[in-house]
Design a protein around this ligand. Structure first.
Ligand code: DUC
Ligand code: ZN
Ligand code: ZN
Length: 469
């Protein structure tokens, strides 16, 4: 059997359940021993550091084509490099089906783009935009069997929206195949109505994006998605929940025993709709255009409460990067109306530092909650647990060493993404990852990526959301 390949000594091991002083012994990329006085030929001294399960970012967009031809700022190489530097060992990007495209062909496209280019492990969610009989009857069931056990549907966007009849059909397949559905819950018609009204009043600056994507439209769609899921009797995840009103719908559902899971993101605890004003209602506000948009201080407080009390299961970045230049957000068309500004902001590298600093360092959430929200729960919900998301003998040796006392600001020049700005420029952060370890190999050290692209594509099991309770 031989000895250990590597030991990490002197750190404080933190899991979703507890914290304790221990050494971790690694062999063949897996955790082989947890104890004291462990020895191996290679040793990493983690004295003064926290030893966390590697971050799992369950919601990132990489190398997705857009309907107007603008390009996303990250491909799989730059996006996963950025993820690794930010303390992540696994990311879950999307394979987005374009209308008319076979779902299987779409998945193969994305797998090709990812192959050999990833610095972290990856596992794909699907996006179903064209639920034809062929897709629902054959392709989707076969892909779920192949380990693509979750997919996203949209209730808005001209090129992605599913109507209620389509949502119900898709939900039936998900229930039968035991696939977990992630819902982008914003009401399409309400958004279109508000957009037309704002445009007719000449209100076209990026700022008005936040008014067009009103919280009422998110609340209504959240309730509608929950009702559809209740009708079909299946679990769902409401992704990127932005504020108090949709949260209340989730709590309403949970109070009735429905299996409704919820995700929120860094932008909803740090930004508000006021950020979309830019410098003086100018195009700088486009840097903060994402959907749903950030809300207000009251919603931020509600989100924090939800992060504490378990309303939220997972905290993801929704990394969806577009440069703030003519290749991304600043197209001639986007200058004519907010509705043409690509929706999305970067955040895969800053997700963990922001939640740690604003949450743990400021005493709003415990270390256990931090680990649960950012690693353990995403692994459980998306069929990767216990191989990922835990520190236990037999699990992959995916670990992030964290310095809780290190204090420095977020700066664009330090980040590894392909975007040309960060919405969090200058934010002071206390608590940074200092080493990211993927299956026993250091992939990032002191903010620098230090390995070849050795990430693997993971196949996933059925979500724990389908477990009997
Ligand atoms: N939904 C996302 O999940 N990401 C970016 C844009 C969007 O609408
Ligand atoms: Zn979305
Ligand atoms: Zn997203």
């Amino acid at each position: 059997m031989g000895g250990l390949d590597l030991v990490i000594t002197g750190g404080t091991v933190v899991t979703a359940a507890d914290s304790y002083a221990a050494d971790i012994g690694i062999k063949n990329g897996r955790i082989a021993q947890i104890g004291t006085g462990l020895a191996a030929s290679e040793r990493i001294d983690a004295t003064g550091l926290l030893v966390l399960p590697g971050g799992i970012d369950a919601h990132v967009h990489l190398d997705q084509p857009t309907s107007d031809g603008t390009t996303m700022a990250d491909d799989f190489a730059s996006g996963t490099r950025s993820a690794a530097a930010g303390g992540n060992t696994t990311v879950l990007p999307f394979a987005l089906q374009i209308k008319g495209q076979s779902l299987r062909a779409c998945v193969e496209d994305y797998r090709r783009k990812a192959q050999g280019n990833c610095h972290t492990d990856v596992a794909f969610h699907l996006i179903v935009s064209d639920p034809t009989p062929q897709v629902l009857g054959q392709e989707l069931p076969a892909l779920v069997q192949d380990g693509f056990t979750s997919f996203k549907v949209f209730m808005t966007y001209d090129d992605l929206v599913l109507n209620d009849a389509q949502l119900l059909d898709v939900f039936e397949v998900a229930r039968r195949e035991r696939a977990l559905v992630m819902v982008h819950a914003e009401g399409h018609d309400a958004i279109r109505h508000l957009t037309r009204r704002l445009e007719s009043e000449g209100r076209t600056a990026p700022y008005y994006h936040a008014q067009a994507h009103a919280q009422i439209a998110e609340r209504e769609a959240t309730h509608r998605a929950i009702s559809h899921a209740q009708l079909i009797d299946m679990p769902i995840v409401i992704v990127h929940v932005s504020g108090r009103d949709p949260m209340e719908q989730i709590q309403w559902a949970r109070g009735r025993g429905l299996k409704v899971f919820a995700e929120t993101c860094p932008q909803y605890i740090t930004l508000t709709a006021e950020d979309l004003r830019g410098l003086n209602m100018d195009f700088d506000g486009a840097k903060y255009v994402c959907s749903p948009p950030p809300r207000d201080a009251d919603s931020q407080a509600a989100i924090w409460q939800g992060l504490r009390d378990g309303t939220f299961d997972i905290f993801s970045s929704d990394h969806c990067p577009f440069r703030i230049d003519a290749t991304g957000k600043d197209t001639p068309r986007a200058r004519t109306s907010f509705k043409w500004v690509p929706n999305g902001i970067p955040g895969v590298e800053t997700r963990l530092p922001i939640l740690f600093s604003e949450g743990v360092s400021k005493g709003r959430i415990s270390l256990q909650r931090f680990v649960a929200l950012t690693s353990t729960n995403p692994a459980r919900l998306y069929g990767l647990y216990p191989r990922k998301g835990s520190i236990a003998v037999g699990a992959d040796a995916d670990l992030t060493l964290w310095d809780p006392a290190l204090s420095r600001p977020i700066r664009q020049i330090d980040l590894h993404h392909g975007c040309d700005y960060t919405p969090y420029e200058g934010m002071q952060i206390t608590g940074w990852p200092v080493r990211t370890i993927l299956r026993g190999r250091t992939i990032a050290l002191d903010g620098q990526v230090c390995s070849e692209a050795g990430g693997q594509e993971l196949s996933r099991a059925t979500s724990e959301a389908f477990a009997r309770d």
